[in-house]
Ligand binder design. Structure first.
Ligand SMILES: Cc1cc2nc3c(=O)[nH]c(=O)nc-3n(C[C@H](O)[C@H](O)[C@H](O)COP(=O)(O)OP(=O)(O)OC[C@H]3O[C@@H](n4cnc5c(N)ncnc54)[C@H](O)[C@@H]3O)c2cc1C
Length: 671
């Protein structure tokens, strides 16, 4: 059954099938059965890195395979949480070699994002400590991979693209106590904190909270938190258990905050108090839980951003451009008057891999939490450009929106596609933001709509699917649509070819689909020829069901609208054209049902009954004076984006009403 799923930012929300294997055999069966899927750990990435139509949850794969207490190595299945690992290893005097700001992620998620911690400047990423992994590929084969293997390197930070990690073996860090010697230093602004991180680069752990609302000479004022593992000698006598593990979360948020609460004023007050509460420079002993995982104390703290969710944006600027990059990013935030509630700045070293989809490069990284609002999208688009301008990157584990152009400025071109595809990967492959797929693109209404659609936005594209290549290519040339539209073969009658068309859309996943093909023979023609009847049923009814079903079944998170060109003839059977009308009637019923089925997915389905239109199909007929032009119909299609049944004018709405409700004697006289 489909369920609603979202990751930590609560944006985007998808409807997905979730499969939950509890052993490798079950996992293999699921992988071999599915066309497309993605692994999901604990959903602690913020955006859509582990969302897809088919999700394989690894949370049932939690076995500890071996724990070598002498040499400090641990091998576990990939779905185990870091929290469970800490509970196992800390009492034996071991700690994670790299840990993120939450212990509620899986081991598989840690490797797939190749996580960095507060010690990146000294130790690099998680993969630096991994000695081997087992990876299940799309053919159900398990690969034993060592750090020197190319597939190991692609899987580290590979965001689940190479397969499903079954288990991981890695090296632990020896500790004497589970406590941290914490040193806190205030910094007046971003330049000072960057300089302080540099002068304290020998400190094992280093991270700074930064105030993104402070301006002028205080811009980027920060509190730097430096940490070292405390030795037994460092501990006060009051601490009876030097290897105490963390405690359970103390609080839970059971509801979403109303969105207005987390406003600029709230963040300003919080920042003021946090900054001034920290004395200029202080030292103390704290438990690892409060140093590494302060947010884990509240379950579901992400709900403070409200139901619409939030976007996390983490960027890194290379060392030589770090100061100017951070300054300009902070200025942009000020220009947009955007408050980031939790902002963190830290230094990255040069010890981790930088190839494939790995994020860290030597430099300074800044992470922002931004509530979803109208202006946040353009702010982040501008940040993407800024980051690329200085040779930086944005962290994919936190991303929910980067587009192909900006992604390719920051990362090497996406490597070979596979069945392991998240919505993030699909998004990054899309060249255009708005894609219209027209099925039966040779119709005059379809052509008029193509021109309307393309005239309305700059980042739009049309796939014109038709049997008639020459006419479509002529249309593209005459209207100078090269680069904005292309021809794609489509024959409504060849049902077996419809899946091929769907697979050809990998880089052009439609946001809108229009089915415009139609075949309107007379009743007599149908009585006289079963071939003609057959063709009519295929073009008007079977064909659209076949292709639209295939398109709906495809894992396309971008689809927003389906438009079927139907007919007033389908409203009620009439003597003059009931053969044709019956197929359109079936199509309308199908669309109506589909509109209900896809409502949950946020897809609008519409039936457009254009009435008489002056087209090439009706050129030989005597049309009423109120017949519409294709352009008028296209305008209505463009503007009416909600109602299920749409007519091109008031007159046609009245006619449809009359056809539908008038007594039979009157209907039988209507032409
Ligand atoms: C409060 C908070 C603080 C954070 N701090 C940091 C930080 O300091 N540093 C940092 O680097 N990150 C940080 N993160 C991000 C987090 O560490 C990563 O997003 C991590 O990947 C989440 O792991 P997960 O198990 O929840 O996996 P998910 O979020 O479910 O998945 C993340 C990615 O890993 C892939 N994946 C998961 N399991 C497997 C598997 N078994 N095989 C193949 N692919 C798999 C998914 O397909 C997806 O691409 C933080 C997140 C939160 C919520």
């Amino acid at each position: 059954m489909m369920q609603e799923v979202a990751n930590w930012g609560n944006y985007p929300v998808t409807n997905s099938n979730i499969f939950s294997p509890t052993n490798v055999e079950e996992l293999r069966t699921i992988v071999l059965e599915k066309k497309h899927l993605i692994a999901r750990g604990n959903g602690r990435c913020y955006g859509d890195s582990s969302l897809a139509k088919n999700i394989v949850s690894t949370l049932g794969l939690t076995k500890v395979i071996h724990f070598d207490k002498e040499n400090g190595t641990l091998a576990c299945e990939s779905g185990i949480l870091l929290k469970a690992i800490l509970e196992l290893i800390v009492p034996f005097g071991y700690f994670l070699p790299v840990t993120p700001g939450t212990k509620l992620i899986t081991l598989g998620g840690a490797f797939s994002s190749n996580i960095h911690g507060k010690n990146h400047h000294v130790d690099g990423c998680f993969s630096n400590f991994v000695t081997s992994i087992k990876l299940l590929d799309e053919f159900g084969e398990i690969h034993d991979l060592m750090p020197t293997d190319e597939l190991f390197k692609k899987t580290a930070g590979g965001m689940g693209k190479t397969g499903i990690i079954v288990s991981i073996e890695f090296q632990l860090k020896k500790i004497e106590t589970s406590y941290i010697k914490l040193r806190t230093i205030q910094a007046k602004n971003y330049a000072e904190v960057i300089q302080l991180m540099e002068s304290n680069k020998n400190s094992t752990y280093s991270v700074a909270w930064i105030d993104c609302l402070a301006s002028n000479k205080n811009m980027g004022r920060s509190v730097l938190l430096l940490g070292e593992h405390a030795t037994l000698d460092d501990l006060p006598t009051a601490i009876s258990d030097p290897l105490e593990v963390h405690k359970k979360a103390k609080f839970s948020l059971f509801f979403y905050f109303p969105t207005f609460i987390l406003n600029n004023l709230f963040v300003r007050i919080f920042n003021f108090l946090y900054y001034h509460k920290s004395i200029q420079s202080t030292s103390k002993i704290v438990h690892y839980d409060s140093y590494f995982f302060p947010l884990d104390i509240v379950n579901n703290w992400n709900r403070i951003y409200g139901k619409k969710g939030f976007l996390e944006y983490q960027m890194v600027f290379p060392k030589n451009h770090a100061e100017i990059g951070i300054k300009r990013a902070l200025e942009l935030l000020t220009n947009y008057n955007s408050a980031s509630f939790l902002s963190v700045i830290k230094a990255f070293g040069d010890k981790s891999p930088t190839d494939y989809l790995n994020y860290p490069i030597e430099g300074i990284t800044l992470g922002l939490d931004l509530k979803i609002s109208k202006r946040v999208w353009s702010l982040l688009d501008e940040l993407d450009v800024l980051v690329a301008e200085y040779g930086g990157k944005t962290y994919l584990a936190k991303d929910a929106r980067i587009n192909k152009i900006n992604f390719e400025k920051q990362y090497p071109k996406d490597f070979k596609s596979s069945i392991f595809q998240s919505h993030q990967m699909q998004r990054i492959r899309q060249i255009h933001q708005n894609v219209l797929l027209v099925l039966g693109a040779n119709s005059d209404i379809a052509k008029a709509y193509v021109l309307k659609f393309l005239s309305k936005s700059t980042n739009s594209y049309v796939v014109m699917a038709s049997r008639n290549q020459v006419e479509i290519e002529d249309f593209i040339q005459v209207n100078e649509l090269q680069g904005k539209a292309h021809f794609q073969f489509f024959d409504a009658e060849k049902l077996e070819s419809h899946n091929v068309l769907v697979s050809s859309l990998e880089e052009f996943k439609p946001t809108e689909i229009m089915y415009a093909a139609g075949f309107c023979p007379t009743n007599d023609a149908c009585f006289n020829s079963i071939e003609i009847t057959h063709k009519m049923v295929h073009v008007n009814y079977l064909g659209p069901i076949s292709i639209l079903n295939a398109l709906v079944e495809d894992d396309n998170p971008f689809l927003k609208r389906i438009i079927g060109i139907t007919s007033i003839a389908g409203v009620r059977g009439r003597k003059s054209n009931f053969m044709y009308g019956s197929t359109k009637s079936g199509f309308i019923s199908y669309l109506f049902g589909l509109s209900q089925q896809l409502k949950e997915r946020g897809v609008v389905v519409q039936s457009i009954a254009p009435g008489s239109v002056k087209t090439k199909m009706t050129a030989h007929l005597k049309l009423p004076f109120f017949a519409s032009s294709p352009e008028e119909v296209a305008n209505i299609i463009y503007s009416q984006r909600k109602k299920f049944q749409v007519y091109p004018s008031f007159i046609w709405s009245c006619i449809a009403l009359l056809v539908r409700f008038a007594p039979r004697v009157i209907v039988s006289k209507l032409q």
